[in-house]
Design a protein around this ligand. Structure first.
Ligand code: ATR
Length: 296
């Protein structure tokens, strides 16, 4: 039962996001809305930090008593060396997207993993023991593969990527780090991977193909890649429905966009900073309304 806080005051705690470039992020809207809803005395700010300024920005964060940061491109990997402690998932994924400053001790987490778990958990029984395909081999793919092995106990993972060498190196990485040897790699050449996709229970697009402003692009436009027994998850949330997801839906697949993952990764960061639960249903509604308005 706090007094409604209408403004920033001497007790206001600061969190934010560091990245470069830092435009188009929905994180400030999401977190500031949630702070207001719960009457928490926090403010979330975007900080445009280039690679050369990364270390100094962390020293500044500690000096200023900032509670934490989200971390986005291009810092997610390199920031790890400046952490005093890393969560297990951040360590294995090899990327940090959330920093908590515990009285100056910096702890790195990967809340994308939580975002993926929360998004797919209702299908856990179907995903367990299944063959799944991951499109892309970047940082988001690493979070997805870690989660599929660690939480969902999948049987087999196909990594499909434009640059097949990157898929190969992920395969080697997970076989040595997690002792998971059931990974196959493929070059992203749609006619050749159609059958591989069609035989997958779950397909996750972690590549940036189809993201605004390149909404006409898609990893595949071959309808036979999809069927009605599948779950198809695109981590992109802008546009709300990528061409890829629309095609999967036309073929009867159950489709999921990236908005819930985005909100759930944010909710986990929010919880790490404040020890409070973000009102995720309300935030999901707010963000999906905003997306619709902007795309009409
Ligand atoms: P993130 O951390 O979000 O995963 P990333 O590490 O830059 O970002 O990875 C982007 C992924 O999208 C990569 O798998 C990339 O393929 P390459 O490894 O071949 O670069 C994929 N990607 C991006 N643009 C692409 C395009 N036009 N066609 C095919 N794949 C693309």
């Amino acid at each position: 039962m706090g007094i409604m806080r209408s403004s920033i005051n001497i007790n206001t705690k600061i969190v934010g996001v560091i990245g470069h470039p830092i435009k188009h992020t929905l994180s400030p809207l999401m977190h500031n809305h949630a702070f207001k809803e719960l009457d928490l005395d926090y403010v979330y700010l975007p900080f445009d930090i280039s690679s050369t300024g990364l270390h100094d920005s962390l020293k500044g964060m500690v000096a200023l008593g900032i509670r934490g940061f989200n971390v986005t491109l291009p810092h997610k990997e390199r920031i790890m060396e400046y952490m005093d402690e890393l969560s297990d998932s951040a360590k294995i994924v090899g990327a940090v997207n959330t920093v908590v400053s515990d009285n100056g001790k910096l702890i790195g987490y990967n809340t994308d993993v939580t975002g993926i778990i929360k998004t797919l958990d209702e299908f856990k029984a179907e995903i367990k023991g299944a063959t799944v395909s991951v499109l892309g081999a970047g940082g988001a793919a690493r979070s997805a593969i870690y989660t599929l092995i660690n939480h969902f106990n999948v049987k087999k993972i196909n990594i499909i990527n434009r640059t097949v060498e990157k898929a190969e190196s992920l395969k080697d990485y997970f076989s040595s780090k997690m002792l998971f040897t059931k990974i196959k790699t493929y070059e992203l050449f749609p006619p050749d991977v159609t059958e591989v996709l069609a035989k997958s229970k779950l397909i996750i697009n972690t590549s940036s193909v189809g993201m605004s402003p390149d909404e006409d692009d898609t990893p595949t436009s071959i309808p036979e890649s999809f069927n009605k027994k599948q779950i198809v998850f695109d981590i992109i949330y802008n546009p709300e429905y990528t061409k890829f997801l629309a095609l999967a839906k036309e073929q009867g697949a159950l489709t999921i966009n990236g908005l819930k993952m985005f909100v759930e990764q944010g909710a986990r960061s929010f919880d790490l900073w404040t020890n409070e639960a973000m009102p995720t249903d309300q935030i999901l509604e707010l963000l999906s309304k905003k997306e619709k308005m902007e795309n009409n």
